[in-house]
Design a protein around this ligand. Structure first.
Ligand SMILES: Cc1ncc(COP(=O)(O)O)c(C=O)c1O
Length: 480
């Protein structure tokens, strides 16, 4: 963090000074800049690299950095309004709108404004990410022979074996494709399994990024309500009958957003219902490594016991490491694997080899187990801190389920949707960002909800302060 801010400061100072040099004029040497600004050589080289990327300086190996020639003025903007017609006017009857709504995905990826407590983040706070182990893994990966060569398009064999072992003994490396994280695996799976316009059954509520993928693929998400034990089997059977859907997407473990885990008795029932409908079950196992240390033994993935290939399994390393370690896996059996493989290679060729090598280095390093254990302990502390703070400060928000995994709590509001959006806006004015419940529902929600994340904040103190700010926001609503 410090390194990043000193780079920014040096860039600002150098930018302000550039006018002193004529175009082509030489900037002071790196050593002179190190001494004058009392920063490290790395900071100087990163600042110069940033100015070079902005086109303000040029660098010549062995000679130094020079003020760049001024750029020609940008041409006057043209008239792009014709695109609106082109992007929407397809002639034929359009079953599926082609506009893509990225808001459900951007919410998890956007950084909060400065000073705002991030109770809406989707990934681990930097202090929980294994930054040192990741850097070491990437460095070792870069030294592996052939690290920059082409990987096999299905992924590195050792990494496919590692994912296969993690999923379960019945899964082999040949059943696994390496993907660029869970999001791209979900996109590949949905595109493989249903044609545009087709229905896809989804848990209600569910992860907005998956709903966004489904809609962008031209599918029609159809909600199937869930309770504390996961998706409700009788309503699932009704939904298959009513829609003729051939795909169901579920998160059987620590579901996002409810935190629910599919009850053992329901697991065979859900699979049998899908089989009877001739449908695939996309199992998004995104939170397995976000288990809390008081969870008890975890159920195996549905894919671990699925000889007939009903389940298409999705998992990823991002959630327990860094959103930038975009390495995940798809596992499937039967002809569907060929379809998945073809879509993946057509869309993106393969996952960059250095990243796959780094993932292998990371999961094979002695620090991996320690990291998982540390995350499990810290997430349990934070979950307890958030639930306790909410119980004390905001008893109006109902917490139907205290999860033993994942990074967030799902809370029901006493009022409806209007109260939900008013609370989210008031919270942001009070400098705490929370996620509204509405995007988690693909049809009208039964009540107002909010999702509060405890993974993306710096620790218990921020959680307590975030809840205090939320109390203030809620009081403001009651008073208005
Ligand atoms: C339920 C669920 N599945 C999949 C993903 C995708 O994650 P990634 O692409 O980083 O693996 C997310 C991210 O928020 C998620 O919440």
């Amino acid at each position: 963090m410090q390194e990043r801010s000193s780079v920014a400061e040096l860039v600002t100072s150098l930018r302000a000074e550039l006018n002193r040099y004529s175009p082509g004029g030489k900037l002071p040497s790196s050593r002179a800049l190190v001494e004058r600004f009392r920063v490290s050589p790395v900071t100087v080289s990163r600042a110069i690299a940033q100015l070079a990327a902005e086109g303000l300086v040029t660098t010549r190996p062995g000679s130094g950095a020079f003020r760049a020639e001024p750029r020609a003025a940008l041409p006057a903007p043209g008239d792009t309004s014709w695109q609106e017609v082109s992007l929407s006017g397809d002639g034929g009857p359009e079953v599926v709108p082609r506009t893509v709504d990225a808001s459900g995905v951007l919410v998890t990826l956007a950084a909060p404004p400065p000073g705002v407590i991030e109770l809406n983040g989707g990934y681990l706070h930097a202090s929980l990410q294994p930054e040192r182990a990741l850097s070491a893994a990437l460095a070792r990966a870069g030294r592996r022979p052939g690290a920059w060569g082409r990987p096999p398009t299905d992924g590195l064999p050792e990494l496919r074996s590692w994912f296969a072992r993690e999923i379960g003994p019945a899964v082999s490396a040949a059943d696994v494709l390496i993907t660029a994280g869970g999001q791209s695996a979900l996109a590949t799976a949905l595109r493989a399994l249903a044609p545009p316009g087709a229905p896809v059954l989804v848990e209600s509520p569910t992860y907005p990024g998956m709903l966004a993928v489904a809609r962008a693929t031209g599918l029609r998400p159809v909600p199937v309500p869930m309770d504390a034990d996961g998706v409700r089997p009788e309503l699932l059977a009704d939904a298959f009958r009513a829609t003729g859907a051939r795909v169901l997407v579920i998160q059987p473990l620590f579901q996002n957003p409810t935190g629910a885990t599919l009850a053992p008795a329901r697991r065979p029932e859900i699979l049998a219902t899908a089989r009877a409908a001739g449908a695939f079950v996309v199992e998004d196992d995104f939170a397995r490594r976000l288990v809390h240390d008081d969870a008890g033994p975890l159920p195996a993935p549905l894919a671990a016991d699925d000889p007939d290939g009903t389940v298409v399994h999705v998992c990823s390393l991002t959630k327990v490491t860094s959103p930038s370690l975009r390495v995940g896996a798809l596992a499937a059996r039967g002809p569907v694997l060929e379809r998945l493989r073809a879509i993946q290679v057509v869309d993106s060729f393969f996952v960059p080899r250095p990243l796959q090598e780094a993932a292998l280095e990371l999961v094979g390093s002695p620090s991996w187990g320690r990291h998982l254990a540390a995350v499990a302990t810290e997430l349990r502390h934070r979950r307890t801190a958030l639930a306790t703070a909410l119980g004390g400060e905001l008893p109006e928000l109902a917490l139907p389920h205290l999860p033993a995994g994942g990074g967030s709590l799902w809370l029901r509001l006493p009022g409806g949707g209007a109260e939900e959006s008013a609370l989210v806006s008031a919270a942001l004015r009070a400098s705490v960002a929370i996620a509204p419940g509405r995007p988690y529902f693909c049809a009208e929600p039964p009540a107002g909800h909010v999702r509060l994340s405890f993974a993306a904040v710096s620790g218990a103190a921020e959680i307590a302060e975030g809840v205090r700010r939320l109390r203030t926001a809620f009081d403001g609503l009651l008073g208005s």
